[in-house]
Write a protein that binds this ligand. Structure first.
Ligand SMILES: NC(=O)c1ccc[n+]([C@@H]2O[C@H](COP(=O)([O-])OP(=O)(O)OC[C@H]3O[C@@H](n4cnc5c(N)ncnc54)[C@H](O)[C@@H]3O)[C@@H](O)[C@H]2O)c1
Length: 436
């Protein structure tokens, strides 16, 4: 393929060297005449293992050239990767000036080009930027329409400095945000021969995914550091703790607990977080990340409550009472906390939870239910259809096929407020997810 790359910094230089090495014909573009001259001399503008040797080879073979002329680069290629910087402004927002400059330059070049072109934004930009800011800039300058006249993709970059070439050839995945199959197909074709899975999605998912990944990486570092700090002050080997922690690929280093949904609860998580904070206080340690988790959870519950209050509906049907499917354990269940506030505010609440119904009759939780939450126990019903039909809003707090079937059959035009992602695709008619 013939590919132009705008921005010859870390991402652009590595990408140019790797794509040229793979057999593509690459044009590098930068505003810095020095960087352009370096690339044309076979020297890398960035210090990164293997990049200089690959660039030098590509220049000798005529597979790579650099220029300060955006028009020439766009005219000579079928696809443009935009890899210019998107630094922070003092208020935390993103400086998009280089992205806007480049979008205008590409648009102006497209105005003079007859064959179809694909513009691929690789730089990290806030969700909505491609659709609302960059595409209009290209359209204005080209006087052409996206999708009809040219393709646009949002294709986030996941390489890490220091291991960038290795990461290029062995990425965790290749993510393509697209609006047209022709654009996505072309981007995917650049990677023919690479084993990585290709995930195709919308612009906005691709944009936010990049921030989610970086936030999670930062969270992991801070978590390990706070656990290590606490371990050290307790005289425990924190490295051994985290090494064993990472061996658990089922719950710890895995997709478990990573679906947006309702607040956590139960008999262990809140209790054990409290102990960690107690131990930190005893040792005069500030561990703000660990210390913020309960507050984050409390706010999540509060948002749920506010949303239910905002419906204006006084009859609430609650499907699910224990904190997760298959347990009757009600200790620190966020559903119990939610219901207690609703009852306190005079709402009529009806509850259906088969796991807890059984516990009311036999289980070890019978005592807890009778002693601690008799006011809630009395609101329970064994008739799911009746709970749905006698409510104005139905709140679903556990994923259960039984709930899903009953909602489809009986919810009618009642609002189903889903905390558990039980019901999808607009069935029933009025459906809202807690964080989707
Ligand atoms: N560095 C990384 O490890 C990394 C990894 C993943 C994603 N990203 C993202 O990729 C983007 C680029 O990052 P980077 O570290 O390569 O940036 P960088 O600052 O190293 O390079 C940006 C390059 O763009 C050039 N440039 C600026 N305006 C230009 C214009 N109008 N035309 C042509 N070139 C222009 C600059 O001269 C510079 O060479 C950012 O959005 C960043 O967040 C970076």
């Amino acid at each position: 393929m013939k590919i132009s790359i705008f921005g010859l910094g870390y991402v652009g230089s590595v990408t140019a060297a790797c794509l040229a090495e793979t057999g593509h014909e690459v044009w590098g573009v930068d505003v810095s005449a020095d960087k352009v001259a370096m690339v044309n001399a076979g020297k890398s503008p960035v210090i990164e293992p293997r990049v200089e040797e690959m660039m030098s080879r590509a220049i000798q073979r005529g597979m790579l050239r650099a220029t300060t002329d955006p028009r020439a680069a766009v005219a000579a290629t079928e696809l443009t990767l935009v890899c210019v910087g998107t630094p922070s402004l003092p208020n935390g927002s993103t400086d998009l000036s280089a992205m806007l400059d480049v979008s205008g330059q590409i648009g102006a070049a497209l105005a003079e080009k007859s064959s179809r072109h694909c513009v691929v934004f690789r730089s990290t930009v806030p969700p909505g930027t491609v659709r609302r800011t960059l595409i209009p800039a290209v359209e204005r300058a080209s006087r052409r329409s996206v999708d009809r006249d040219f393709d646009v993709c949002m294709h986030p970059e996941f390489l890490r400095e220091g291991t960038a070439v290795k990461d290029f050839y062995d990425p965790p995945f290749i993510v393509i945000g697209e609006a047209t199959a022709s654009g996505g197909d072309l981007v995917a074709r650049m990677y023919d021969g690479l084993a990585a899975p290709i995930e195709r999605t919308t612009y906005e998912v691709a944009e936010l995914l990049k921030y989610s990944c970086n936030a999670f990486h930062a969270l992991k570092v801070a978590f390990a550091n706070e656990m290590g700090t606490l371990a050290k002050s307790l005289g425990v080997d924190g490295h051994r703790v985290m090494q064993l922690f990472a061996l658990d690929k089922k719950l710890n280093v895995s997709p478990a607990y990573l679906k947006p949904g309702f607040a956590f609860g139960g008999s262990c998580l809140p209790k054990d977080l409290r102990l960690l904070m107690y131990a930190a206080r005893q040792n005069d340690l500030a561990l703000p990340l660990l210390g913020s988790i309960m507050e984050s959870n409390r706010l999540h519950l509060e948002r749920t409550l506010q949303r239910i209050l905002a419906t204006g509906e006084k009859r609430i049907g609650m499907l699910g009472l224990s904190f997760k499917v298959g347990t009757d354990d009600l200790r620190e269940s966020p559903s119990v906390a939610l219901i207690e506030v609703l009852i306190g505010k005079g709402f009529q609440v009806k509850i259906y939870d088969p796991d807890v119904m059984l516990a009311r009759i036999f289980g070890s939780n019978k005592r807890f239910i009778e002693k601690e939450i008799p006011h809630i126990s009395s609101l329970m019903s064994s008739d799911l259809k009746e709970v749905i039909e006698e409510s104005g809003v139905i709140v679903v707090s556990k994923p259960s096929p039984e709930f899903q079937e009953a909602l489809i059959a009986h919810a009618g035009d009642r609002l189903v407020y889903d905390l558990a992602r039980v019901s999808l695709n607009g069935v029933p008619a009025r459906y809202e997810g807690i964080c989707w």
